[in-house]
Design a protein around this ligand. Structure first.
Ligand code: MLT
Length: 392
C-alpha cells in the first residue's frame, strides 16, 4: 500500500487548526486571561427565528410516518432549488433548476469539484486567498501557478495572457482581503477563460456583504460566464449556517469542455459520492429565502457590518493601513512596526489576548498583513478594540 505522497507536500496542519492549537496552548498557560477570537470567520449570532421554526416543523414531519422522508432527490429538494433560482433572478441571472446542486457548504464542493478535472490541468490561484484552493490541489498533485494580489492592484489581480491556466479560482468579495471585483474587471477574467478554454471556479460565499447594486454578486452577471464558470455559495456567512451546513453549487448546462457537459459529470460524481443534505437542513435553508427570512438575516448581517465599522474606526484612529470591511466581513490590515504576520499574531495574543489570522497563512503576499473578522460578539469586538487602542 502506498499513501498519497502529495499529502506530504502540505503544511503540517490546516491554517485554522494551527491557530486553534496555538490559542488553546495559550489558554492553558494563561487560564485567567480572557481571549477574544477574531480569527476564523465563524458566526456568533443564532439562527434567524424563522429558520428555527422551519427546523422544528421539519423535525416533526420526520417523526411522523405520513411525512417522513428517506433519501432526498439527488440535487436537492425542488423547493430549495426553486428558491435559489428565484434569488438569482433578482439580479437578472436566469438559472434552470437542474443547474443547481444543493451541498453541505462551499468548502466541500470547492474541493470535491476537482474530481471532474484531469490531473494535468494547471491551476491558477490568487495569492493571498482562502487556503482550501491551494491545499486541495496539492493533495491531487496538480501544478499551481499564482496571480499576485497586492496593494498595487488593490488585491484584485487581472489575467496575464502570458500565463496559461486551465482552472482559475476566484473569490469575490475576497477572503481574506475583502476586495471586490467590478463587472468590468470580472469580464476580463471571463474573456481570458473563454479564450483559453479554462474554467473559473467562482467562490461567492461572501456575496451577501455586497452593498452596491453596481458590484456583481454572481459571476453569471457577466456575459459569457455560463460558458466558463462554476459558482459556489453557502448559507454559512449569509444566514449563520456554519454549524448547520448548507450551500449550493451552480454548474450551467452550457458549460462544456471536450464536448462534455460539466453539469453531467458533476451530477455523476455527486450521485456516486454524496447522498445529499438532510431534509431538515434544506427546509431551514428554504426559510432563509422567505420574505421574513431575508429581513431577519439582514438584521444579523447589519450587526456584523457594524462590528466591521467598529474595527475600521480603530484602525483609522491608530493610522493603521487596512482594506476590506466595506463589502466584506473581513478587515485586512498591515501589521504595524514591520512585524511579520505571525509575529503580530503572537504579539496580539500575548499582550491583549486578541486572536486574528496571520496574512501569511493565505499565501506569500499575505506576509506582513493580518485579518480580523467582524463575525464576533459585539461586546467582545468593542473590548478587543479597546485593548488594541491601549497597545498602539
Ligand atoms: C475563514 O475564516 O476564512 C472561514 O471561516 C473559513 C471557511 O469558511 O471555511
Amino acid at each position: 500500500m502506498n499513501i498519497n505522497k502529495n499529502y506530504l507536500e502540505l503544511q503540517d496542519s490546516y491554517l485554522f487548526s494551527t491557530i486553534a492549537k496555538k490559542v488553546s496552548e495559550f489558554i492553558k498557560a494563561n487560564p485567567n486571561k480572557e481571549v477574544i477570537r477574531l480569527g476564523i470567520g465563524d458566526v456568533t449570532l443564532p439562527l434567524a427565528p424563522v429558520v428555527v421554526e422551519a427546523i422544528k416543523k421539519a423535525a416533526d414531519e420526520m417523526g411522523k410516518k405520513e411525512t417522513f422522508k428517506g433519501y432526498g432527490p439527488e440535487q436537492g429538494y425542488a423547493f430549495l432549488r426553486e428558491a435559489v433560482k428565484k434569488y438569482y433572478s433578482r439580479k437578472s441571472v436566469e438559472l434552470e433548476s437542474d443547474e443547481i446542486f444543493i451541498s453541505d457548504g462551499a468548502k466541500s464542493d470547492l474541493g470535491n469539484i476537482l474530481d471532474i478535472f484531469g490531473l494535468d490541468n494547471t491551476v491558477l490561484v490568487p495569492d493571498p486567498v482562502y487556503p482550501v484552493y491551494v491545499d486541495t490541489n496539492i493533495m491531487a498533485g496538480r501544478k499551481i501557478v499564482y496571480a499576485d494580489a497586492n496593494e498595487s492592484n488593490g488585491f484584485l489581480p487581472l489575467p496575464d495572457d502570458s500565463v496559461k491556466a486551465d482552472i482559475i479560482y476566484m473569490c469575490s468579495p475576497n477572503n481574506p482581503t475583502g476586495a471586490v471585483y467590478t463587472k468590468e474587471k470580472l469580464k476580463k477574467w471571463v474573456d481570458y477563460a473563454l479564450k483559453n478554454n479554462a474554467v473559473i471556479l467562482f467562490d461567492a460565499a461572501y456575496e451577501c456583504f455586497i452593498k452596491s447594486d453596481e458590484l456583481p454578486n454572481s459571476i453569471y452577471e457577466i456575459e459569457g460566464a455560463k460558458e466558463c464558470a462554476i459558482e459556489f455559495c453557502s448559507f454559512s456567512k449569509t444566514a449563520g449556517f456554519t454549524g448547520t451546513r448548507c450551500g449550493y453549487t451552480i454548474v450551467p448546462k452550457t458549460l462544456e469542455r471536450d464536448g462534455v457537459k460539466l453539469n453531467k459529470l458533476w451530477l455523476r460524481r455527486q450521485t456516486t459520492k454524496f447522498n445529499g443534505v438532510p431534509y431538515i437542513v434544506q427546509k431551514a435553508a428554504e426559510a432563509v429565502f422567505s420574505e421574513v427570512g431575508q429581513k431577519q438575516i439582514k438584521e444579523n448581517l447589519q450587526y456584523y457590518n457594524d462590528n466591521a465599522k467598529i474595527i475600521a474606526e480603530t484602525m483609522d484612529e491608530k493610522g493603521i493601513w487596512y482594506t476590506g470591511g466595506k463589502h466584506s466581513p473581513y478587515i485586512w490590515l498591515k501589521c504595524p512596526n514591520n512585524m511579520t504576520s505571525w509575529e503580530f499574531f503572537d504579539y496580539l495574543l500575548n499582550n491583549i489576548g486578541v486572536v486574528g489570522t496571520p496574512g501569511a497563512g493565505f499565501g506569500k503576499n499575505g506576509e506582513g498583513y493580518f485579518r480580523l473578522t467582524s463575525f464576533g460578539d459585539r461586546e467582545k469586538t468593542i473590548e478587543a478594540m479597546k485593548r488594541f487602542r491601549s497597545l498602539f
